[in-house]
Design a protein around this ligand. Structure first.
Ligand code: NAD
Length: 263
């Protein structure tokens, strides 16, 4: 059996209507998993491909915990099992400590951290019943090396890396593996597109983003959502059966330290 074969397995992907989550839902479905996408935005442009791949798509705001629980329980009830949770939904927040409001802090931490914890909390009983499974979080390069322009986002992703290690340890007895990916900068995502659109010169801003990541700079491009999805596929597959608590950087070396001086 190919190591990435997921036939007979059920997967939930949050924030799966766009970007990394969408690419992941498609990858997992193409490998045979029955995929349930939950996103606060319903994108009808996904309809035909999702139908073809039998990806179920429902509206779910992960900050509304009853909606999150309904998504996870619903997938398990409908298919009789849950094997994979990809907790990917996330938002950015740019601003210094003296500019951030309590409401912005809550929105960022509720989405990026609290919902991630409770997604695991709702998934664990189902994963345990299935004899084990895999949880993958989408953290960020900011979860490995904080960034000056977005301290609160960085805190949320650093905590997500901590959550990965902590839950990986706690649930090893249940054969539940917990890992995260730390991507960036990722092209074609809503987060990146919105970010660049706010710059006075979006093309120059894209060049600056690429220049901040050594391999992105060497290749002249950002990471693609599909490249992140491939890492997630590895982590949920049997190829990673003894891999837990890890944070895989898919960031062209951005989180390694100070990049070489541009020539
Ligand atoms: P994206 O905006 O294309 O996708 C994010 C998806 O999450 C969207 O479909 C959005 O509607 C959904 N979402 C946001 N808040 C939600 C909520 N409360 N409930 C349900 N769905 C919600 O951007 P993306 O880059 O694909 O983001 C996916 C993850 O990747 C995020 O956690 C983000 O922090 C992380 N990430 C992105 C980059 C990047 O460069 N784009 C880098 C590092 C990490």
């Amino acid at each position: 059996m190919p190591v990435h074969e997921l036939a007979g397995r059920t997967a939930v992907v949050t924030g799966g209507a766009n970007g990394i989550g969408r690419a992941t839902a498609i990858r997992l479905a193409r490998c045979g998993a029955r995929v349930f996408v939950g996103d606060r935005v319903f994108r009808s442009e996904n309809d035909s491909l999702f139908r073809e791949l039998q990806i179920a798509q429902s509206e779910c705001d992960v900050c509304q915990l009853p909606q999150l629980q309904r998504l996870i329980d619903g997938a398990a009830d409908l298919t009789g099992r849950l094997d994979i949770l990809v907790s990917n939904a996330g938002i950015t927040l740019v601003g210094q400590a003296d500019e951030i409001t309590e409401q912005q802090w809550d929105a960022c931490l509720d989405t990026n951290l609290k919902a991630a914890f409770f997604a695991a909390s709702y998934a664990v009983p189902h994963l345990r019943r299935a004899g084990g499974g895999a949880i993958v979080y989408t953290a960020s390069n900011a979860g490995l090396l904080p960034r000056a322009h977005d301290p609160v986002y960085s805190i949320s992703k650093l905590a997500l890396v901590g959550l990965t290690r902590s839950l990986g340890l706690s649930h090893s007895v249940d054969r539940i593996r917990v890992n995260c990916v730390c991507p960036g900068p990722v092209s074609g995502t809503g987060i990146m597109t919105d970010d660049l659109a706010q710059a006075a010169d979006p093309e120059a801003a894209a060049r600056r983003v690429i220049a901040a990541s050594p391999i992105a700079r060497a290749l002249g491009r950002m990471v693609t959502p599909e490249e992140v999805a491939d890492a997630i596929l590895y982590l949920v597959s049997d190829a990673a059966m003894l891999v837990t608590g890890t944070a895989i950087a898919i960031d062209g070396g951005k989180s390694l330290g100070v990049p070489p001086v541009a020539s």
